[in-house]
Design a protein around this ligand. Sequence first.
Ligand SMILES: [Zn+2]
Length: 599
Amino acid sequence: MATALSWPAFGDQTNTASAPAVVVPLGKSKLQPFDYRGVKLLPGLFQRQMAQTRETYFNLSNDDILKGFRREAGLPAPGNDLKGWARGRADATFGQWLSGMARLSCALNDAALREKAIALAEGWKATVRPNGNCRMGTYAWEKMACGLVDMALYADYDRELGLLEKITNWALNHFDRSRSRANLADRDGRRPHGTLEWYTLSENTYRAYLLTGKEIFKTVGDLWLYPSYWNLFETSASPAGAEFLHSYSHINTFSGVAMAYAVTGDHRYLKILENAYDFAVKTQAYATGGYGPGEWSVPADGSLGRALEIRSDTAEIPCGSWAGFKISRYLQTFTGGARFADWMETLLYNGIGASLPVQPDGRAYYYADYRLGMGTKLYHWDEWPCCSGTYIQAVADYHNVVYLRDTSGLYVNLFVPSEASWNHAGQPVTVRQETKFPEENEVRFALQMNQPLKMAISFRSPDWTTEFKFKLNEAEEISPVKSADGWMTVERVWNPGDRLQLGLKPQLHLCPVDPQHPRRCAVKYGPVLLAQEARFTYMLGMSGDNLAYKLTRETDDLQFRVNGPGAGGQGPGMFRPFYQVPERLPYRVYFDLDDPRFL
Ligand SMILES: [Zn+2]
């Protein structure tokens, strides 16, 4: 590896053998992700969800998953058919399942999961025709490309990407090259010949190029660039012409911009990516980080807030979280900016982290419902939808969003119970983060190393806290230094066993849905969206009251009582974190504060 700061991040991994990437990216990186090596989640909300996800996907039958592919290839096809989107064959999500399993197996050093992923890849490989025909359109093929790149990177399978090369050769000669700009009547670019979401193909083909140096992957990446949409963002974070398109895929396409930057080093791409982030966060996203009512991108004219009146499919959560994680991380990696973790954190608590778990029979959480009045968490009407593919990817990605690093030391993005181990200046270091945040305000970091070590630890200081105070070894108060990239840095010679305590002070606050609806708000405590219990309860009104006087915290697990009588004989419902709300229980997350109608 020519530089320790280039993408992708290989290096001092101990749990999975990996060779360096062949191509040194021209787009330089300031920070390195841990890339699924050296980060462990400790017990807590996210570790539980991750472990459950591993169990669900690990226990799926390989024969069932492969049945449709084998049948179409004329091979013996034991097992049972999957349902829903995977009826016939599981091509809509198969590549993402491989990707998620590969990433999780690497993060957990989980040989059994890795072997399962390899058995699935080998089983699928046997169904591909000698000419590389894998019977997939652009939509499924793109996911397969991701799966095979991840299998190489994280499961050490087919490191030269020979199988991907084979299906790429076929795809080059097979896919229609119209590359139509998506529009109101064709929102995912499928016309005229079924090239669904073709504008998402560059990301993973460029990743394959960086990994192997094979020109064919660069050729394909170049072929599927989307300048007619991307260029809108060159000078604006809220451009005309970006509205009424398929929402998730028109965010996910910016991961192609990120990889185009990595491959070319062209700073124009970086500008587009930064504007895309602001576009997503400031004009498209709800208070959960989720976006795309009815899967539409919206103009910044109040459509976001108005959609709360009529749409129950308010935001596509697992897919949307996956795309948000990727764009945020790419930006942090390239620019070093702390602020790009804001969206990650929001999605972690209120998007993917507040999702219903995927079930073994294929029931999967797809749409969150933020309608005024009431919503419920429901499973999607079809089994094994797109969101069952991105669910395991996004949950696996928890290992990859909490920390970053560079030669100066560690960067702490998020306050999640976890541990990061890596080599700093040739010395092994482990930083353990223990916390019950957001239920408690203290985060404790413990350092393990063999000898005293000069190192920086940099922390993201979120805007939801009014305090950000450090104590060293329960005594000495120390002041961090704020960096140009927005990090609060503590640099010193650390001793083995040193402990650093961070005190946070999250605030209750209102989040207006958009500038056109300043009093149509959600309620948050720090980064956590609060939902009101909606079984025969009265809505939250404010009549000029300060939120801190309106809500009183009652329990350790963040339940808040509304101080007020309600109306119409109905009391106001308790508020609690949206991530605690179970399936089917009615809740409210948006309120017209000046007009709390009950009928
Ligand atoms: Zn989806």
